[in-house]
Design a protein around this ligand. Sequence first.
Ligand code: ATP
Length: 452
Amino acid sequence: MPDEHDPAPAGPPTGTALFDAVVNLCKRRGFVFPSAEIYGGIRSTYDYGPLGALMLRNVKEAWWRAMVQERDDVLPLDAAILTNPKVWEASGHLATFTDPLVDCRSCHERSRADHLEPDASGALVCPNCGSTDLTEARPFNLMFKTFVGPVEDEASVAYLRPETAQGMFVNFANVQTSMRRKPPFGIAQVGRSFRNEITPGNFVFRTREFEQMEMEYFVPPAESARWLEYWCTERLGWYRRYGIPEDRLRLRPHDTEELSHYSSATSDVEFAFPWGWGELEGIANRTDFDLKAHSEHSGVRLEYFDQSTGERYVPHVIEPAAGATRTMMAFLLAAYDEDEVGGERRVVLRLHPRLAPYQVAVLPLSRKEELAPLTAEVLAACRTRFVCERDETQSIGRRYRRQDEIGTPLCVTVDFESVTDRAVTVRDRDTTAQERVPVDALLGYLSERIGA
Ligand code: ATP
């Protein structure tokens, strides 16, 4: 099995070349496809292919594991996407969830005014043609509007949710009383959100339909600053745990002008994208803004009453709000690498084993019938714990290269000796080192290598 690793790596591309390489790999290897491609697509909308669907699920699983499964104090929720429009009135989304929109009179490009660079005289410049002949900025609401039921009138207007957070606020009392919780405690949710973005782009960085991973952490008001700090540290640690290198990750506190209407302090977790720093997650102190607003609009008290002390208060909320699809893209960019193996250039996705679409590939050395029963046995055992792929076409070297390119951390090769000695070769994606492991010890070995 010629597969020698050259210690002098070729190094990954950077900037636009890295972006192009990852976008290209996503299409070629079944991670992400333009949506409805056979009809020419629909601008900046994407479908997740077999490997992308697996990886996106893993990103959400990794978040869920850290935010819900490994904790006592956070409860899950799965709220509806369509809800009473009064929710969006109370949250401020109907009045203020707008972007300032400008059109270029020369080339008709549409842009967000707050994304444009002014020239020396302070006039905004069209990023497409360089003209400064732009329309006045006008507000544009980002919520998708639809109608509930057969009649399309004002009374049946509803909106696709632009964030998952409000589902947690409107269910605060339901969750708190049914689960008998006392602050501090959190409610977490993963799900689709929709924003009619004016300028979607940069692949899946900004799309009109995307997935969010949000948690609302309800705390006694006096403790909110401490919990904001706690969640900033926790969340930064999560990105590091799953493989974003230190030098491509930063926490950026918002200055006062940048703060949202609901927030007293916010820090963004940012990743060094090929075009510059970009937000992966916003961690905000939302104070009591949301619970108070929903209390006022609904007439239902949303507060905590401590029976032991007789104390009554509206909890403050710390919200770590992350994007699953955007974060998946960051993980792909951070993992993409090129090096040399056996004198040949190889592409390797150095994904955390828990994020890789497949944790294990099982490769019979040949398609001969003789190897089939043991291959099936090994595969069935591995599938009890891992997502696995069986690959039996082409040379073993080519198959290793294919698995490297999609980030599979470990390949298990079944050869002719395996049939007699009941041992298989486990090959490591990053080092290409190979180790012989008895079939009966394989699951324990793989679990240890793959980790949590
Ligand atoms: P941006 O400034 O990039 O528009 P935002 O501050 O409006 O983002 P939040 O409302 O804080 O974003 O949403 C939380 C997270 O949801 C973001 O950090 C991002 O990861 C994700 N997200 C928001 N909008 C989009 C989008 N259009 N496409 C993909 N992910 C998104």
